[in-house]
Design a protein around this ligand. Structure first.
Ligand code: ADP
Length: 406
């Protein structure tokens, strides 16, 4: 059977009969510093048929959770010193005679790995080979908490899922279409050359997914739309998307820039860094801890990084919760204003992420503040993000392309 790859996503809507003969299982893996989460997708239905995780890797009391369609759930403590072992656990539960779903690892057609940083080198999802591994390792310097565990996951899968193609899907790739004027900082040019100091942007898979969904909802082609996408979760970022391509985004060299987040500060005057270091006599680690872990909603409110707690406290009239909420919304509004200037006519603002999807107070406040700025036609949409599905689709596409060129 020959696939038209471009229309692959919609092929089963047009030809439901193909579903019967087409079985393709794609495993999507997201390796964090102390966890591995995965979903096994049946691509004919574009639905996960199993999912699981190993958390607290390398700590006391690692936990393993696994659940496959129509099977008993596994939830137990394990000893898991590293990611490689975690990948073995994943294989074992996927092939467990009672709770599992696979007879052999070769039933998986491809493994898609979420990789945070692909630098300037990786502009789309790619089949993993030695060069790709070298690239991911090179960009580990820019994402020291994220790229190394992803590499460990890839290495583990190469050994355990022998001969199954591995695909890397990068958080930064979607934003590689930003023009130079958007990604350069006003810093000495040599620093860009020497260290790659520039805006990269993150959450790319989510922005790309919700932009595509928004086009579906609006019943228009993505290529003719100007969208502002807002991924508001624990980490938060916005993007200006013209014709399906990112032209600006709020996160930068690292995910610290831009919006106010759960525990991250977002934009601040860079002079604050030197000032604080001298006043509080802080080392690099302590400063990074303040900016990344003790700021944002948590730092402002003194209550929590969780928007649900902020909303409760705000209802009770607690002033710092009111402040945290207002600063959060104000920053979203400012970026929406900036991106409407970048895009000119905005067709829609698309909210996603835990806060974007579930907190009407935030969406309504943003909408109210933007009244009159955007044209009357501009829509406010809420879309549930699904980064795993997009990783699965990309993996599927890369694997099919590989088969085609064989
Ligand atoms: P992550 O960025 O870690 O993937 P999420 O996208 O799940 O996180 O977003 C986490 C944020 O979303 C938290 O601030 C949480 O309070 C908020 N959130 C999630 N669900 C709800 C809900 N039902 N009501 C209000 N806030 C929610």
């Amino acid at each position: 059977m020959v696939f038209d790859l471009e229309s692959f996503g919609g092929v089963f809507e047009k030809r439901p009969d193909l579903k019967v003969i087409f079985v393709m299982l794609i495993l999507v893996i997201n390796c964090g510093s102390s966890s591995i989460k995965y979903e096994l997708f049946d691509m004919a239905k574009e639905k996960p048929v199993a999912r699981g995780s190993v958390t607290r890797i390398g700590e006391m009391g690692s936990s393993l959770v696994f659940e496959a369609e129509n099977k008993d759930r596994i939830d137990r403590k394990v000893v898991c010193p590293g990611h490689h072992r975690a990948v073995e656990f994943m294989r074992d539960v996927l092939m467990d005679p009672d709770a599992g779903i696979l007879k052999d690892v070769s039933e998986v057609s491809g493994v898609g790995h979420r990789v945070v940083h692909g630098g300037e080198e990786f502009t789309s999802s790619i089949l993993v080979d030695g060069e790709v591994i070298d690239g991911i390792r090179r960009f580990s310097e820019l994402a020291p908490l994220h790229n190394p565990p992803a590499l460990e996951g890839i290495r583990g899968c190469e050994q355990i899922f022998k001969n199954v193609p591995q695909v890397a899907v990068f958080d930064t790739a979607f934003h590689q279409t930003m023009p130079r004027k958007a990604f350069f900082y006003g810093l000495p040019y040599e620093l860009y050359e020497k260290y790659g100091l520039r805006k990269y942007g993150f959450h790319g898979t989510s922005h790309r997914y919700v932009a595509g969904k928004a086009a579906e909802i609006l019943g228009r082609s993505l290529s003719e739309l100007n969208l502002i996408t807002a991924h508001l979760g624990n980490g938060c970022s916005m993007a200006a998307v013209r014709g399906g391509k990112s032209v600006d985004t709020s996160m930068g060299f690292t995910p610290l820039e831009g919006l106010v987040m759960g525990t991250r500060c977002g934009d601040i005057d860079p002079a604050v860094v030197a000032y604080l270091m001298s006043k509080e006599m802080l080392g690099d680690g302590e400063l990074s801890e303040i900016l990344n872990k003790r700021s944002g909603l948590l730092g402002l409110s003194g209550i929590s990084n969780d928007m649900r707690d902020i909303l409760d406290a705000r209802r009770r009239g607690e002033q710092r919760a009111v402040l945290a909420f207002d600063v959060f919304v104000h920053r979203v509004v400012k970026y929406a204003g900036a991106y409407s200037a970048v895009l000119k006519n905005v067709d829609a603002i698309v909210f996603t992420g835990g806060i974007g999807e579930n907190v009407p107070e935030v969406r309504d406040s943003v909408e109210e503040s933007l009244a009159g700025l955007l044209g009357k036609e501009a829509r406010f949409l809420t879309v549930q993000t699904d980064e795993e599905l997009l990783i699965a689709r990309d993996t599927c596409k890369v694997v099919l392309e590989k088969q085609k060129t064989k």
